[in-house]
Design a binder for this molecule. Structure first.
Ligand SMILES: Cc1cc2nc3c(=O)[nH]c(=O)nc-3n(C[C@H](O)[C@H](O)[C@H](O)COP(=O)(O)O)c2cc1C
Length: 335
Protein backbone atom coordinates (compact mmCIF):
# COMPACT_ATOMS: atom_id res chain seq x y z
CA UNK A 1 0.00 0.00 0.00
CA UNK A 2 1.53 3.36 -1.00
CA UNK A 3 1.97 6.12 1.57
CA UNK A 4 2.97 9.78 1.47
CA UNK A 5 6.62 8.91 0.88
CA UNK A 6 6.14 6.26 -1.80
CA UNK A 7 7.55 7.22 -5.19
CA UNK A 8 5.16 7.68 -8.10
CA UNK A 9 5.59 7.75 -11.83
CA UNK A 10 3.30 9.98 -13.87
CA UNK A 11 3.68 9.08 -17.56
CA UNK A 12 7.44 8.59 -17.26
CA UNK A 13 7.94 11.44 -14.78
CA UNK A 14 9.52 9.98 -11.65
CA UNK A 15 8.42 11.64 -8.41
CA UNK A 16 10.31 10.93 -5.18
CA UNK A 17 7.18 11.06 -3.00
CA UNK A 18 3.54 12.18 -3.11
CA UNK A 19 3.97 15.76 -1.88
CA UNK A 20 3.20 18.50 -4.36
CA UNK A 21 3.29 22.26 -4.08
CA UNK A 22 0.19 23.46 -5.94
CA UNK A 23 0.42 26.57 -8.09
CA UNK A 24 0.31 29.68 -5.91
CA UNK A 25 0.69 33.14 -7.33
CA UNK A 26 3.60 34.90 -5.71
CA UNK A 27 2.88 37.79 -8.04
CA UNK A 28 6.42 39.11 -8.19
CA UNK A 29 7.00 39.13 -11.96
CA UNK A 30 7.83 42.29 -13.86
CA UNK A 31 5.01 44.09 -15.64
CA UNK A 32 6.04 42.34 -18.82
CA UNK A 33 5.64 38.91 -17.20
CA UNK A 34 9.31 38.09 -16.59
CA UNK A 35 10.71 35.76 -13.93
CA UNK A 36 12.56 37.67 -11.18
CA UNK A 37 15.13 36.61 -8.56
CA UNK A 38 12.31 36.50 -6.01
CA UNK A 39 10.71 33.60 -7.90
CA UNK A 40 13.98 31.66 -7.75
CA UNK A 41 14.31 32.19 -4.02
CA UNK A 42 10.65 31.31 -3.37
CA UNK A 43 10.61 28.03 -5.32
CA UNK A 44 14.11 26.98 -4.34
CA UNK A 45 13.25 27.13 -0.62
CA UNK A 46 10.41 24.60 -1.15
CA UNK A 47 12.25 22.41 -3.67
CA UNK A 48 15.22 21.97 -1.34
CA UNK A 49 13.13 20.41 1.36
CA UNK A 50 11.95 17.28 -0.40
CA UNK A 51 8.75 18.38 -2.11
CA UNK A 52 8.46 15.99 -5.07
CA UNK A 53 6.70 18.27 -7.52
CA UNK A 54 6.30 22.02 -7.73
CA UNK A 55 3.70 23.53 -9.99
CA UNK A 56 4.83 27.05 -10.75
CA UNK A 57 2.08 29.64 -10.44
CA UNK A 58 -0.43 30.67 -13.09
CA UNK A 59 1.28 32.08 -16.15
CA UNK A 60 -0.72 33.84 -18.84
CA UNK A 61 -0.60 32.71 -22.45
CA UNK A 62 -2.03 35.97 -23.82
CA UNK A 63 -1.79 39.52 -22.47
CA UNK A 64 -5.55 40.04 -22.41
CA UNK A 65 -5.82 36.91 -20.24
CA UNK A 66 -3.74 38.22 -17.37
CA UNK A 67 -5.25 38.58 -13.93
CA UNK A 68 -2.71 40.85 -12.26
CA UNK A 69 -0.05 43.26 -13.41
CA UNK A 70 2.83 41.33 -11.84
CA UNK A 71 1.75 37.88 -13.01
CA UNK A 72 4.15 35.63 -14.90
CA UNK A 73 3.65 35.47 -18.66
CA UNK A 74 4.92 33.13 -21.34
CA UNK A 75 3.18 34.69 -24.31
CA UNK A 76 6.43 35.67 -26.01
CA UNK A 77 9.65 33.86 -26.96
CA UNK A 78 11.68 36.57 -25.23
CA UNK A 79 10.41 35.33 -21.86
CA UNK A 80 11.78 31.78 -22.19
CA UNK A 81 15.24 32.63 -20.90
CA UNK A 82 14.00 33.72 -17.46
CA UNK A 83 11.99 30.50 -17.05
CA UNK A 84 15.06 28.51 -18.10
CA UNK A 85 17.00 30.10 -15.23
CA UNK A 86 14.25 29.06 -12.84
CA UNK A 87 14.30 25.47 -14.12
CA UNK A 88 18.08 25.32 -13.87
CA UNK A 89 18.04 26.62 -10.30
CA UNK A 90 15.55 23.94 -9.23
CA UNK A 91 16.97 20.97 -11.16
CA UNK A 92 19.79 20.07 -8.71
CA UNK A 93 17.26 19.72 -5.86
CA UNK A 94 15.65 16.68 -7.51
CA UNK A 95 12.19 18.27 -7.43
CA UNK A 96 10.15 18.14 -10.63
CA UNK A 97 8.89 21.38 -12.08
CA UNK A 98 5.63 21.93 -13.95
CA UNK A 99 4.33 25.27 -15.19
CA UNK A 100 0.69 26.29 -14.95
CA UNK A 101 -0.68 28.00 -18.07
CA UNK A 102 -3.78 30.14 -17.89
CA UNK A 103 -6.18 32.68 -19.29
CA UNK A 104 -8.23 34.53 -16.67
CA UNK A 105 -11.21 35.05 -18.97
CA UNK A 106 -13.83 37.38 -17.49
CA UNK A 107 -12.29 37.27 -14.01
CA UNK A 108 -9.97 40.15 -14.87
CA UNK A 109 -10.56 43.86 -15.48
CA UNK A 110 -9.95 46.02 -18.54
CA UNK A 111 -7.38 48.04 -16.61
CA UNK A 112 -5.21 44.98 -16.00
CA UNK A 113 -5.95 43.12 -19.23
CA UNK A 114 -5.43 46.29 -21.28
CA UNK A 115 -8.40 45.08 -23.32
CA UNK A 116 -12.08 44.42 -22.72
CA UNK A 117 -12.16 41.20 -20.62
CA UNK A 118 -12.94 38.10 -22.66
CA UNK A 119 -15.34 35.31 -21.78
CA UNK A 120 -17.50 32.57 -23.25
CA UNK A 121 -20.53 34.88 -23.04
CA UNK A 122 -21.23 38.52 -22.29
CA UNK A 123 -22.44 37.81 -18.76
CA UNK A 124 -21.01 39.00 -15.47
CA UNK A 125 -18.77 36.48 -13.69
CA UNK A 126 -20.26 35.72 -10.23
CA UNK A 127 -17.27 37.39 -8.61
CA UNK A 128 -16.41 39.71 -11.52
CA UNK A 129 -16.91 43.42 -11.94
CA UNK A 130 -17.03 43.91 -15.71
CA UNK A 131 -19.16 42.26 -18.36
CA UNK A 132 -16.78 40.58 -20.83
CA UNK A 133 -17.06 40.46 -24.59
CA UNK A 134 -18.08 37.12 -26.05
CA UNK A 135 -15.15 35.38 -27.70
CA UNK A 136 -15.67 34.55 -31.37
CA UNK A 137 -14.75 31.16 -32.82
CA UNK A 138 -11.78 32.89 -34.50
CA UNK A 139 -10.66 34.12 -31.05
CA UNK A 140 -10.97 30.59 -29.71
CA UNK A 141 -8.78 29.25 -32.50
CA UNK A 142 -6.19 31.90 -31.64
CA UNK A 143 -6.30 31.16 -27.91
CA UNK A 144 -5.76 27.44 -28.62
CA UNK A 145 -2.66 28.40 -30.57
CA UNK A 146 -1.51 30.66 -27.73
CA UNK A 147 -1.82 27.85 -25.18
CA UNK A 148 0.16 25.63 -27.55
CA UNK A 149 2.85 28.27 -28.14
CA UNK A 150 3.26 28.87 -24.40
CA UNK A 151 3.49 25.10 -23.83
CA UNK A 152 6.17 24.86 -26.51
CA UNK A 153 8.10 27.62 -24.71
CA UNK A 154 7.77 25.70 -21.43
CA UNK A 155 9.34 22.69 -23.16
CA UNK A 156 12.16 24.92 -24.44
CA UNK A 157 12.72 26.29 -20.93
CA UNK A 158 13.23 22.73 -19.65
CA UNK A 159 10.08 22.20 -17.57
CA UNK A 160 9.03 18.63 -16.83
CA UNK A 161 5.45 19.41 -17.75
CA UNK A 162 2.69 21.95 -18.06
CA UNK A 163 -0.59 22.23 -16.22
CA UNK A 164 -3.55 23.79 -18.01
CA UNK A 165 -5.63 25.85 -15.59
CA UNK A 166 -9.21 24.71 -15.79
CA UNK A 167 -10.35 25.70 -12.29
CA UNK A 168 -11.18 28.58 -9.93
CA UNK A 169 -13.48 30.39 -12.33
CA UNK A 170 -10.94 31.26 -15.03
CA UNK A 171 -11.51 30.97 -18.78
CA UNK A 172 -11.66 27.19 -19.29
CA UNK A 173 -13.75 26.78 -16.15
CA UNK A 174 -16.03 29.57 -17.44
CA UNK A 175 -16.68 27.46 -20.54
CA UNK A 176 -17.71 24.47 -18.43
CA UNK A 177 -20.00 26.43 -16.17
CA UNK A 178 -23.60 27.08 -17.20
CA UNK A 179 -23.40 30.24 -15.05
CA UNK A 180 -20.82 31.86 -17.35
CA UNK A 181 -21.38 29.97 -20.60
CA UNK A 182 -24.68 30.91 -22.26
CA UNK A 183 -23.51 30.28 -25.80
CA UNK A 184 -25.89 28.89 -28.37
CA UNK A 185 -23.19 27.71 -30.80
CA UNK A 186 -21.15 24.48 -30.65
CA UNK A 187 -19.28 25.75 -27.56
CA UNK A 188 -22.28 25.98 -25.25
CA UNK A 189 -25.39 24.14 -24.14
CA UNK A 190 -24.98 20.58 -22.92
CA UNK A 191 -21.84 19.11 -21.36
CA UNK A 192 -20.47 18.14 -24.79
CA UNK A 193 -20.79 21.76 -25.95
CA UNK A 194 -19.48 23.40 -22.77
CA UNK A 195 -16.49 21.06 -22.61
CA UNK A 196 -15.60 21.45 -26.29
CA UNK A 197 -13.18 24.35 -25.86
CA UNK A 198 -11.26 22.95 -22.84
CA UNK A 199 -10.95 19.61 -24.68
CA UNK A 200 -9.71 21.38 -27.82
CA UNK A 201 -7.09 23.26 -25.80
CA UNK A 202 -5.88 20.00 -24.22
CA UNK A 203 -5.69 18.24 -27.62
CA UNK A 204 -3.84 21.16 -29.19
CA UNK A 205 -1.32 21.38 -26.34
CA UNK A 206 -0.78 17.62 -26.41
CA UNK A 207 -0.11 17.78 -30.15
CA UNK A 208 2.40 20.58 -29.56
CA UNK A 209 4.39 18.97 -26.73
CA UNK A 210 4.37 15.41 -28.09
CA UNK A 211 3.46 12.15 -26.39
CA UNK A 212 6.19 12.06 -23.72
CA UNK A 213 5.86 15.46 -22.05
CA UNK A 214 3.70 15.59 -18.92
CA UNK A 215 0.40 17.38 -19.28
CA UNK A 216 -1.68 18.09 -16.18
CA UNK A 217 -5.11 19.67 -15.94
CA UNK A 218 -6.26 21.69 -12.95
CA UNK A 219 -9.85 20.57 -12.82
CA UNK A 220 -12.47 22.72 -11.17
CA UNK A 221 -14.60 19.71 -10.38
CA UNK A 222 -17.49 21.52 -8.68
CA UNK A 223 -18.61 25.13 -8.99
CA UNK A 224 -20.21 24.88 -5.55
CA UNK A 225 -22.88 27.36 -6.67
CA UNK A 226 -26.57 26.77 -7.54
CA UNK A 227 -26.90 26.19 -11.29
CA UNK A 228 -23.14 25.80 -11.68
CA UNK A 229 -20.94 22.97 -12.98
CA UNK A 230 -21.69 20.00 -10.69
CA UNK A 231 -19.45 17.15 -9.54
CA UNK A 232 -21.67 14.65 -11.41
CA UNK A 233 -20.65 16.32 -14.71
CA UNK A 234 -17.02 16.42 -13.61
CA UNK A 235 -17.08 12.66 -13.10
CA UNK A 236 -18.63 12.21 -16.54
CA UNK A 237 -16.11 14.53 -18.18
CA UNK A 238 -12.96 13.26 -16.46
CA UNK A 239 -12.34 10.29 -18.83
CA UNK A 240 -12.76 12.64 -21.81
CA UNK A 241 -10.06 14.94 -20.44
CA UNK A 242 -7.78 11.92 -20.21
CA UNK A 243 -8.62 10.77 -23.75
CA UNK A 244 -7.77 14.29 -24.96
CA UNK A 245 -4.26 13.92 -23.53
CA UNK A 246 -4.18 14.66 -19.80
CA UNK A 247 -1.71 12.64 -17.67
CA UNK A 248 -2.82 13.88 -14.25
CA UNK A 249 -5.97 15.54 -12.95
CA UNK A 250 -5.26 18.12 -10.26
CA UNK A 251 -8.66 18.41 -8.58
CA UNK A 252 -9.79 21.68 -7.04
CA UNK A 253 -12.83 23.95 -6.91
CA UNK A 254 -14.63 25.60 -9.79
CA UNK A 255 -16.28 29.03 -9.76
CA UNK A 256 -16.38 28.86 -5.98
CA UNK A 257 -12.59 29.33 -6.06
CA UNK A 258 -9.70 27.51 -4.44
CA UNK A 259 -10.29 28.57 -0.83
CA UNK A 260 -13.97 28.81 0.10
CA UNK A 261 -14.50 30.53 3.45
CA UNK A 262 -15.02 28.15 6.35
CA UNK A 263 -14.24 25.00 4.34
CA UNK A 264 -13.17 22.01 6.49
CA UNK A 265 -9.78 20.23 6.20
CA UNK A 266 -9.45 18.34 2.92
CA UNK A 267 -12.47 20.07 1.43
CA UNK A 268 -11.83 18.80 -2.14
CA UNK A 269 -10.91 15.24 -1.16
CA UNK A 270 -14.28 13.62 -1.84
CA UNK A 271 -14.44 15.30 -5.27
CA UNK A 272 -10.93 14.02 -6.04
CA UNK A 273 -11.84 10.51 -4.91
CA UNK A 274 -14.92 10.55 -7.16
CA UNK A 275 -12.88 11.77 -10.14
CA UNK A 276 -10.18 9.20 -9.38
CA UNK A 277 -12.70 6.35 -9.55
CA UNK A 278 -13.63 7.49 -13.07
CA UNK A 279 -10.13 7.55 -14.58
CA UNK A 280 -6.97 5.49 -14.89
CA UNK A 281 -4.49 8.37 -14.54
CA UNK A 282 -3.23 9.72 -11.19
CA UNK A 283 -5.10 12.43 -9.35
CA UNK A 284 -3.84 15.22 -7.08
CA UNK A 285 -5.86 17.22 -4.60
CA UNK A 286 -5.38 20.48 -2.72
CA UNK A 287 -7.53 22.22 -0.18
CA UNK A 288 -7.09 22.54 3.54
CA UNK A 289 -4.49 19.79 3.92
CA UNK A 290 -2.02 20.85 6.59
CA UNK A 291 -1.30 17.82 8.80
CA UNK A 292 1.16 15.13 7.66
CA UNK A 293 -0.83 12.27 9.21
CA UNK A 294 -3.96 13.42 7.37
CA UNK A 295 -2.04 13.75 4.08
CA UNK A 296 -0.62 10.26 4.58
CA UNK A 297 -4.07 8.79 5.26
CA UNK A 298 -5.41 10.21 1.96
CA UNK A 299 -2.77 8.24 0.03
CA UNK A 300 -3.19 5.10 2.10
CA UNK A 301 -6.98 5.16 1.68
CA UNK A 302 -6.67 5.59 -2.09
CA UNK A 303 -8.50 8.94 -2.18
CA UNK A 304 -5.74 10.57 -4.19
CA UNK A 305 -2.31 9.81 -5.65
CA UNK A 306 -0.63 13.13 -4.79
CA UNK A 307 -1.33 15.52 -1.95
CA UNK A 308 -0.97 19.22 -2.72
CA UNK A 309 -0.04 21.34 0.26
CA UNK A 310 -0.43 25.02 -0.46
CA UNK A 311 -0.69 27.57 2.30
CA UNK A 312 1.04 25.28 4.80
CA UNK A 313 4.07 25.25 2.47
CA UNK A 314 3.96 29.02 2.18
CA UNK A 315 4.05 29.27 5.99
CA UNK A 316 6.69 26.55 6.38
CA UNK A 317 8.92 25.83 3.34
CA UNK A 318 10.26 22.78 5.24
CA UNK A 319 6.82 21.17 5.61
CA UNK A 320 7.89 17.99 3.79
CA UNK A 321 10.82 17.50 6.15
CA UNK A 322 8.52 17.94 9.14
CA UNK A 323 6.15 15.38 7.58
CA UNK A 324 8.99 12.89 7.17
CA UNK A 325 9.97 13.36 10.80
CA UNK A 326 6.43 13.06 12.12
CA UNK A 327 5.67 9.98 10.02
CA UNK A 328 8.98 8.35 10.92
CA UNK A 329 10.22 8.30 7.35
CA UNK A 330 14.02 8.48 6.94
CA UNK A 331 15.25 11.00 4.37
CA UNK A 332 18.79 11.20 3.17
CA UNK A 333 20.82 14.21 2.12
CA UNK A 334 18.29 16.84 2.99
CA UNK A 335 19.08 20.27 4.25
C1 LIG B 1 -1.48 33.05 -2.41
C2 LIG B 1 -2.16 31.99 -3.23
C3 LIG B 1 -2.06 32.03 -4.62
C4 LIG B 1 -2.68 31.05 -5.40
N1 LIG B 1 -2.48 31.05 -6.77
C5 LIG B 1 -2.94 30.03 -7.52
C6 LIG B 1 -2.57 29.90 -8.89
O1 LIG B 1 -1.77 30.65 -9.42
N2 LIG B 1 -3.13 28.88 -9.59
C7 LIG B 1 -3.97 27.97 -9.02
O2 LIG B 1 -4.44 27.06 -9.70
N3 LIG B 1 -4.28 28.04 -7.71
C8 LIG B 1 -3.77 29.02 -6.94
N4 LIG B 1 -4.02 29.05 -5.59
C9 LIG B 1 -4.78 27.93 -4.97
C10 LIG B 1 -3.84 26.87 -4.41
O3 LIG B 1 -3.17 26.18 -5.45
C11 LIG B 1 -4.60 25.82 -3.57
O4 LIG B 1 -5.53 25.17 -4.39
C12 LIG B 1 -5.33 26.46 -2.40
O5 LIG B 1 -4.49 27.34 -1.69
C13 LIG B 1 -5.88 25.40 -1.45
O6 LIG B 1 -4.83 24.61 -0.91
P1 LIG B 1 -4.28 24.88 0.59
O7 LIG B 1 -5.48 24.81 1.51
O8 LIG B 1 -3.30 23.78 0.84
O9 LIG B 1 -3.68 26.24 0.61
C14 LIG B 1 -3.44 30.03 -4.79
C15 LIG B 1 -3.54 30.01 -3.39
C16 LIG B 1 -2.91 30.95 -2.61
C17 LIG B 1 -3.01 30.87 -1.11
Amino acid sequence: MPDLFSPLEVRGLALRNRIMMPPMASDVATETGEVTPRHLEHYLARARSQVALLVVEHTYVRRSGRLTRTQLGLHDDALVEGFRRLVEAIRPTGARLVLQLTHAGSATTAAVAEAVPEGPSAVLHPSGREVPRELTTADLAQIREEFAAAARRAVEAGFDGVEIHGAHGYLLNQFLSPLTNRRTDDYGGDLAGRSRFPLEVICRVRREVGPDFSLFYRFGADDGLPGGFPLAEAVELAPRLVEAGVDLLDVSGGLIGSRPAGAPPGYNVEAAAAVRRAVTVPVAVAGGITEPAFADSLIREGKTDLVAVGRALLRDPRWALRAARELGHPLEGTG
